[in-house]
Ligand binder design. Sequence first.
Ligand code: AMP
Ligand code: MG
Length: 401
Amino acid sequence: MLDFDTAQARLAAAGGHPSIAETCPLIQARGRVLAQTLFAALDLPPADNSAMDGYAIRHADYVAGKSLPVQQRCYAGVKPEALLPDNTIRLFTGSLLPEGADTVVMQEDVDESDNTLLIHRVPKQGAHIRYRGEDIRTGEQLFAKGTLLGAAQIAMLASQGYAEISVYPALKVGILTTGDELVSPGQPRSDEHIYNSNGSMLAALVENMGANAVHVLHALDTEASLQSALSTLLQDCDLVLTVGGVSVGEKDLVKPAIEQFGGTLDLWRVCMKPGKPVALAHAANKPVVCLPGNPVSAFAVFTMLVSPLLRSMQGRAQIMPPLQYGQLATQKEFNDSREEFLRVKAQTNTKGLTQLTPYPQQGSGIISSLSWASGLARIPANTSVKNGDIVPYYDFQHWLA
Ligand code: AMP
Ligand code: MG
């Protein structure tokens, strides 16, 4: 038996780092991984500007009760004149601050009529100005190589004028489901058949992480069928995931089929529930990970063991997502020789504590537990764990992103 942390670390290190980069329009960059560290090309904001709709003044010109002529109405996108002594310039949010001005008075604190301004309440000198470079300075590092790009990163890069960026190619993942009992959704089904849920599930998990599920193939439990599918996957993909057919049953033929491609397969009885067995092989220089067939086990193993490998092969800097903690809310007591990963729903109670409620049925065939749960709670092996104990929590939102 291999302990969970060792299995996770070994799998995370089992793939290569991307070796080439490609150019991607920024508008299509969501879910891509930066292949280059990027630096600020300009100060942000690029010039002092108004944070409010209001009036630019020179603070020293202010005398209570005195009116100031409005010298210019300067809209956002218009170049301001230099502010004359004892004058004011009308500004709007984002208007550039005129030379000579040092303060913006909010429009709520003034009256303007006949192009003259009466200020009722003067703010502190320097108020309501967004200063050049207060957000970002030219030359500052924006994002390191390996950063996953989401809306926030794309906003920053757009504000810096980047129209195209260098990213790693999307990782190509091949999925192989196995089993004579499986039929595809949409096909006629007899009593002895079940629908194949792992194929579409794994494709969705892979695509959710920004990789491409380029093939989702199914093989019967024969060496010939497995070999033909594996040959396509090894040719077209960077990483192959097989599911089912790796235990020690008579129809568990995935291992010999992979060995036909020169791969040596490490079969691990990973000490986790649900989960074992998991296997790793390298065939045609590509990692092949064999997942257990039960959909819940396959989902849990993908979350905990495959997703770090996928991130590392995508070139991401952060391979292990953050681990959280929560308080177990359960009637049951645990003390098992295998670590257990419970499907739980996390909820915040009135004291602000995260409470983890397990789904009532924790069997590895219970597919309904997956859509109900928000993540997995980790129950350590050989330890008594009960209601109220704090345990590690793997949030699907982080672990499957
Ligand atoms: P195996 O490891 O092939 O013995 O599969 C273990 C269990 O998972 C069996 O009950 C299979 O019917 C089920 N299973 C395997 N693959 C799939 C799949 N793609 N979709 C749904 N159930 C599956
Ligand atoms: Mg099978």
